[in-house]
Every structure is written in structure tokens, then in C-alpha cells.
Design a protein around this ligand. Structure first.
Ligand code: GLN
Length: 256
């Protein structure tokens, strides 16, 4: 009788242990077994479409992280402006979008350890009389809505910006570049790697040598999901240590 009681107890303990280990993964993501990532897939080389598929640095890093966590990666494409809300409201697990870590964003989401550096640069027409950041005063500047380029440029001149009234906001970086080509704006402030892509794809544009801002890219995660944050940071550290991260970046950003 005692023996039987013992085995029942053992089964009970094992069941609880099993449930706990499954529950760990289960509770960690919006959909069981899946890491749902939000991005804006018009930001080469970090994320862009190759046919139907979203590829790029962020897509590959997220895939490598998901693999380490034993999760399947699902990418949802949305406006850049919607990513933080999607993470905050628990529609998705994580946002990777060449997203800059800022104090304002930290109020609503957590950020993983940084995995890349971003630089805000200025694109002008090749024959433009804009040669320096000072020359941008009073000019019409195109930006991508709600990006750091938008936030900095829209600030008052005392705060290093050019004033809200001088900034035209577009949903996609490519739309801002189109506006520059069509003389609707005289400059575009955007992250350097997409800038290089846009300049390569469009004739008659160049990037100013002076950098506007240097920043860190990281993944954003729901404030309540400390567990996922820890797991993602652990995975990123491993991917950094074994060279995978650098390999992914080098694949998309060939050394000059
Ligand atoms: N790095 C910029 C930001 O976080 C732009 C990112 C993007 O457009 N995908 O605001």
C-alpha cells in the first residue's frame, strides 16, 4: 500500500515537473512554439522582400535566436510606427526593425542587448548646395515617420533639430527618397545602411560625409515578458561569441 502511494506521488511530481518545463516555453510567447516578430520590411539590408520572403540582417538574427529557443519564427510586416504598439499590446513577441534604443521607447518596451550600430545620415541630390548639417536649416527635410531621424529632425534648433514645420514625414524610407528625387524635399535623414541602398538604387543622390547621429539597434520586447528578454539576451550573447552575428552582418554589409 505504501509502495503504491509512493508511485502515485512520484507520478504526480513528474507530471508537475513536465508541465512546468512545457509551460516555460508556452507562457513565453504569444503563440505556443512560435516567436512572432514584427518588422517593417522596407529597410534594406536589415529587412526587405526577396520575392514573397522577408530576408535581411534582422530576419536572420531573429531566426538564429528562435532556433536557439526551440521556436519557429514568424515575421509580421507592418508600418514602423505600429511595431512598438504591437509589442506593447502583446500582438507579437518581439520587434526587430533596425530599431534604435531610445529613452522614450524604453518607457513602453524593454530592449534586448544591442546587436548593431546605426548612424543617421543625410541624403541630398548630387548637385545640392547642402554641404553640411548647418546648411539644412530652413530646408525641407524628408524622414520616415516616427523614426529617430524624424524625432531628431523635428526637434527645435536649440535641441539640434530643424523644426517640425520643416520636416515631411513618409511611411517608408523609399517614399522619402522619392520625394527628394522629385524636389519635394531637399534632403532625407535616414539610417546609413538603407541610405546606401537607396543611393545605389537611384541615380543622382549622395550621402553627406558628416554623420547626424550614432545609435544602437536592439530588439524590443514586452515589458511584462522578462523571461523572453533573458532568453533572447542569452541567445544573442551566444551568437555574438561564436561569430554567427558578425557572419550575418558581413553577409549583408560587405566590407568597403
Ligand atoms: N533606426 C531608426 C529608428 O529606430 C529607423 C528604423 C526603421 O526605419 N526601421 O527609429
Amino acid at each position: 500500500m505504501k509502495k503504491r502511494l509512493f508511485s502515485i506521488a512520484l507520478v504526480a511530481v513528474m507530471t508537475v515537473a513536465l508541465l512546468c518545463s512545457c509551460g516555460k516555453q508556452e507562457g513565453m510567447t504569444v503563440t505556443k512554439g512560435v516567436l512572432t516578430m514584427a518588422t517593417n520590411a522596407y529597410f534594406p539590408p536589415y529587412e526587405y522582400y526577396e520575392g514573397e520572403q522577408i530576408v535581411g540582417i534582422d530576419a536572420e538574427i531573429a531566426k538564429a535566436v528562435a532556433d536557439k529557443l526551440g521556436l519557429e519564427l514568424k515575421i509580421e510586416d507592418m508600418e514602423f510606427d505600429s511595431i512598438i504598439t504591437a509589442v506593447q499590446t502583446g500582438k507579437v513577441d518581439i520587434g526587430l526593425a533596425g530599431m534604435t534604443v531610445t529613452d522614450e521607447r524604453k518607457v513602453t518596451v524593454n530592449f534586448s542587448d544591442t546587436y548593431a550600430t546605426g548612424i543617421q545620415v543625410v541624403i541630398v541630390k548630387e548637385d545640392s548646395d547642402i554641404k553640411s548639417l548647418d546648411d539644412l536649416q530652413g530646408k525641407k527635410i524628408g524622414v520616415q515617420l516616427a523614426t529617430t531621424g524624424d524625432i531628431y529632425a523635428s526637434a527645435s534648433p536649440e535641441k539640434g533639430g530643424y523644426g517640425e514645420e520643416n520636416v515631411e514625414k513618409y511611411n517608408k524610407g523609399a517614399d522619402a527618397v522619392m520625394a527628394l528625387k522629385n524636389d519635394k524635399v531637399q534632403a532625407v535623414i535616414i539610417d546609413n545602411e538603407p541610405a546606401k541602398n537607396f543611393v545605389a538604387a537611384n541615380e543622382g543622390l549622395r550621402i553627406l560625409e558628416t554623420e547626424y547621429a550614432v545609435e544602437d539597434y536592439a530588439a524590443c520586447i514586452n515589458k511584462q515578458n522578462e523571461e523572453l528578454l533573458t532568453e533572447v539576451n542569452k541567445a544573442l550573447a551566444e551568437l555574438k561569441a561564436d561569430g554567427t552575428l558578425q557572419k550575418i552582418i558581413d553577409k549583408y554589409i560587405p566590407a568597403n
